[in-house]
Design a protein around this ligand. Structure first.
Ligand code: SAM
Ligand code: SF4
Ligand code: SF4
Length: 428
């Protein structure tokens, strides 16, 4: 059994207990781990934390050796999953693996109908000097993953300088999101040397299907770009397709095509933001169509789409739970240096600061200074455990996987009572 030296303990920062009649299921949202203990043990430990009693004080109150052992066992279990910590342990965010998604440009060589960032040919980008400053500051945070995206990252003439600046001091994983149209042999070699993985957007299975979203002649150029990457020795390549009313019909053709090309297929849900808000309103698949496109387990292997630490959640949690990392394990930085909670939440009212105005980004993020911004205060109302519509419900962490639908809909689920009933099984 694990030894306890702590005098006093506290809960981890985002620890959410869901209280049933006999048991309590507790999630550490920050690391994705879920534990289940008896209500009796929870009540004792919860009272101890709230009263500020030390472990020793509570052990001294135990009537039998068995009671002591029971309490220590439960504490060890909670500590192992970082549900409780020593009261003086402030390392939670210092050690947290962080993923940064960085749009280095908002320009693009294409003008896709569904583009969530409304990228086009106009130039609103930062000058190179400012962009390199953003790069240096991102590296100072030491993220486990940096995803380079846009707009189309390859339209920046200084793309190589930016990547070389990052690579000079950065040991983590660098991912690229691209439409692949501008990849020639030389660029393919540069990418293969510097990136761990590349996600290419295809959105179709042939010229006809791809062109309805991405434009004429794009399909062949994208496939040629993928071939160049493969010739350059890049093995971690995925291709994505956004699921719409039309594309869901050829989901299996898309998967087969990717396998034949030895690349990973990835299906994305369509978000009605950016250009899609205007042009794709009638393209959202019906619920049944979406169900047919539910993730296929193998597709989850795609490393690019995983959040750091989510693997932990998958291993320990037999149940899908709220493990949204927005503004905790993941941040989105746009082409101006603006920081947002994640790529699906790039809204003005959720702005968490601008990299160019922050002297020490590592301190700002890891010591969570941004929680004082208006943007964070707005965001936090929509975490399921704060959300007013769901207050008092003990299914919050099972009901919601992500903050985005709560933020967008601002209401409880349409099937709330059905979900509530179905989720009772977690206490069985
Ligand atoms: C914005 S693009 C930027 C990188 C690059 N230009 C590309 O197309 O891959 C990043 C990814 O977002 C996807 N995307 C764009 N608009 C979207 C939307 N409305 N909903 C879901 N995904 C979208 C694209 O298909 C692409 O896979
Ligand atoms: S989805 Fe990508 S390729 Fe298409 S317009 Fe947007 S940034 Fe460009
Ligand atoms: S939508 Fe309903 S079941 Fe789900 S967390 Fe909210 S109140 Fe509970």
């Amino acid at each position: 059994m694990k030894e306890f030296q702590w005098s006093r303990i506290k809960y981890g920062d985002r620890v959410v207990p869901q209280i049933g009649a006999k048991n309590v299921i507790i999630q550490n949202v920050n690391n994705g781990k879920v534990v289940k203990i008896t209500k009796e043990a929870f009540d004792t430990i919860d009272a101890m934390i709230h009263a500020g009693w030390s472990v020793e004080e509570v052990l001294n109150q135990c009537e039998t050796g068995k009671d002591k052992e029971y309490l220590l066992e439960n504490l060890a279990y909670l500590a192992e999953n970082e549900v409780v910590r020593d009261i003086n342990d402030f390392s939670e965010y210092q050690e947290m693996p962080i993923r940064i998604d960085w749009d280095i440009t908002n320009r693009c060589n294409l003008k896709c109908k569904h583009c969530c960032v409304s990228a086009d040919f106009q130039n609103h980008d930062l000058e190179q000097e400012a962009l390199l400053e953003v790069a240096e500051k991102i590296v100072s945070l030491n993220p486990v993953v940096i995803v380079i995206s846009g707009g189309e990252p390859l339209v920046r003439k200084d793309f190589r300088e930016i990547i070389t600046t990052i690579k000079k001091k950065y040991q983590g994983k660098l991912f690229l999101m691209t439409n692949a149209v501008l990849i020639d042999g030389e660029m393919a070699r540069f990418i293969a040397e510097n990136f761990s993985s590349v996600s290419v957007s295809l959105d179709g299975v042939d010229e006809e299907t791809c062109s309805t979203i991405r434009g004429k002649g794009v399909y062949a150029k994208t496939i040629a770009g993928i071939r160049q990457l493969q010739e350059a020795g890049m093995t971690q390549i995925s291709a994505s397709m956004v699921i719409t009313k039309t594309t869901y019909k050829y989901k299996y053709r898309f998967i087969d095509m990717c396998r034949e090309m030895h690349i990973e297929p990835f299906l994305r849900s369509l978000s009605l933001v950016g250009r899609a808000e205007v042009k794709m309103q009638d393209m959202i698949p019906a619920e049944q169509e979406e169900i047919e496109c539910m993730p296929i387990p193998e597709l989850e292997k795609n490393e690019m789409e995983k959040e750091p630490e989510k693997e932990g959640a998958k291993k320990s949690g037999k149940v899908p739970t709220f493990s949204c990392g927005a503004a905790f394990r993941q941040f989105q930085i746009d082409y101006c240096g603006n920081i947002y909670p994640c790529q699906s939440l790039m809204e003005k009212e959720l702005l968490l600061g601008n990299v160019l105005e922050i002297e020490d980004l590592n301190d700002y993020i890891r010591n969570r200074s941004f929680v004082r911004t208006k943007g964070y205060k707005t965001l936090e109302q929509y975490f399921p455990y704060n959300f007013s519509e769901c207050r008092g419900c003990n299914k919050q962490i099972f009901c919601w996987n992500c903050i985005e639908p709560i933020y967008r809909e601002k209401t409880k689920r349409e099937d709330c009572s059905m979900a509530n009933c179905a989720l009772d099984r977690f206490w069985e």
